[in-house]
Structures are given as C-alpha cells and as structure tokens.
Design a protein around this ligand. Structure first.
Ligand code: BTN
Length: 149
C-alpha cells in the first residue's frame, strides 16, 4: 500500500507542469505594450546582445511615425529564467532616443511579461530648452502572435 502511494506521488510529480518561476522568459519575438506599440526582438546571441524593430503607436512629435531600430542587451548572469535587460530605440523620423530597462517575468499562468521603465530624450534647439527635453514612463509588454490579415 505504502509503495503504491509513493509511486502515485512520483507519477504526480512527473506530470505536474513546472511552476512559472521555473519557466524561462525569452525576449525573442513579437511584443505589444499598454500604449498599443509593438516591437519585434530578434534572436539573443551568446553575449546577450539583440536587435529588433519598434513600431510606436504614439509620438511626441507632429511627424509621421516610422518603424525604428532597437539595440539591446540581456543580462546573462546565472542564465536567469527572468533576466533583466535594456535596449535603445533610435527613432528614424525624429532626433529623439528612448532607452528602456526592464525585467522579463513569467506570471503565475505561465505568460511572459516585460516590465519596463523608459527615458525619452527629445532633441531640443538650445541649452536653455534642456530642462524640458526628457520624459519618463513605464510600459508593460505582453507577447502576442502576429495578426493574420
Ligand atoms: C518621438 O516621439 O520622437 C519618438 C517616439 C517615442 C515613443 C515613446 S517611447 C516610450 C513610449 N512607449 C511607446 O511605446 N511609445 C512611447
């Protein structure tokens, strides 16, 4: 009887899905944020470096939005399942630059989520305007499959 109970426990342990903290959060793929922006992150190399493209849904300018390149780096220490990262977006249609820092989490339902903070630096015409050149905010990204047209 005891042997049967042990075997049952063993079998349960084998079929139970691993907890969310054990699942790895992977940056590569298509992500959408709370503003409706999306970005595609290409593969992350051995050094933790990655590139991608960012399509913002909003702009601080009056210019036409264009998809812009991003360059980033993921922390590799301990080969963490929920790594920190940072990336820079060099906006193609304005003189602005945004840097994002964040961490890639797996929530209790196993969904990946990127919690980020950003600084947006606008190019201003003079030193006197420097005081108003930087914005700060947060964005939360979730993974989504590409839409079929
Ligand atoms: C610009 O307006 O000059 C560039 C676009 C900036 C878009 C910002 S970056 C932070 C925030 N998150 C987004 O997805 N878009 C805005």
């Amino acid at each position: 009887m005891q042997v049967a109970a042990v075997l049952l426990l063993l079998a349960l342990a084998l079929v139970t899905p691993s907890s969310s903290a054990e699942r790895k959060c992977v940056l590569t793929g298509l992500w959408f944020n709370d503003l409706g922006s999306n970005m595609t992150i290409n593969s992350v190399n051995e050094a933790g470096e990655f590139s991608g493209m960012y399509h913002t849904a909003v702009t601080a300018t009056s210019r036409k939005i264009r998809i812009s390149p991003l360059q980033g780096s993921q922390h590799r220490e301990n080969n963490s399942n929920q790594p920190t990262f940072g990336f820079t977006v060099n906006w193609s249609y304005s003189g602005s630059t945004t840097v994002f820092v964040g961490q890639c989490f797996v929530d209790e339902d196993g969904r990946e989520i990127l919690k980020t903070m950003w600084l947006l630096r606008e190019q201003v015409g003079s030193l006197g305007d420097d005081w108003k050149a930087t914005r700060v905010g947060i964005n939360v990204f979730v993974r989504r499959a590409p839409r079929r047209e």
